[in-house]
Design a protein around this ligand. Structure first.
Ligand SMILES: [Zn+2]
Length: 215
């Protein structure tokens, strides 16, 4: 089986989505890009994460040739591809419909940097207007919304996309954005919240990077 280790990671982090309360059933998807072979390794469409095995994970070339297996790739494959195309630093993508991030996305509101967890995203997380799911238009809009340096974007009326240099980081970004979204929603309800200054968000981003690098 090609790329067994990468497939195992996709299976592991797919289950992590459910374990961390970021997805239920088959909603949400994860992928990795392997620059050496220019291949995309992505979760299959419409399968409950608990049932997915490495053999179900889909491996595709840049031209969408499926190298092995008969499973269909995630319906949001264009979304994943657009992010890898626009950001060479991105090697992993996690897409969720986690409850608080999706609540904010349905309100059309960005995630303000009210807590230093915003450092994981690189600052305020924008929210793009609704674009029909599973389309190339959504993929392009999400890549534009993510920009050149941020690690997360809200998809209006839909959910969240988080990225990183590996699946471990992209998953942490998704989890921290769900936490930040809960804080933002609570502050919204309470009528307050004080955004951190840019310099403090930048300090948090640098500190979190150092924290993650410790063994
Ligand atoms: Zn979705």
């Amino acid at each position: 089986m090609l790329l067994f280790e990468a497939r195992e990671q996709v299976v592991h982090y797919g289950k992590e989505l459910v374990r961390r309360g970021l997805a239920s059933g088959s909603f949400g998807n994860v992928s990795m890009y392997i620059p050496e072979g220019k291949v995309l390794v992505i979760s299959p469409s419409g399968m409950e994460y608990e049932r997915v095995t490495p053999a179900d994970v889909v491996v595709l070339t840049e031209d969408d040739v499926q190298l092995e297996g008969s499973r269909k790739p995630s319906s949001e494959i264009e979304l994943h591809r657009a992010l890898y195309r626009s950001r060479p630093d991105v090697l992993a993508v996690v897409h969720t419909h986690s409850p608080y991030a999706t609540t904010m996305a349905c309100m059309g509101k960005p995630l303000r940097p009210l807590h230093y967890a915003a450092g994981y995203a690189g600052g305020e997380v924008p929210c793009i207007p609704y674009v029909p799911f599973g389309t190339a238009e959504l993929a392009e809009a999400a890549a534009r919304g993510m920009g050149t340096a941020h690690n997360a974007v809200l998809l209006g009326g839909h959910g969240l996309v988080a990225v990183g240099a590996d699946l471990s980081f992209a998953m942490d970004v998704a989890e921290q954005m769900e936490f930040l979204a809960q804080i933002c929603w609570r502050c919204e309800v309470a009528g307050g919240g004080i955004p951190l200054r840019d310099v403090h968000v930048a300090q948090a981003a640098a500190a979190l990077k150092g924290y993650r690098q410790k063994p």
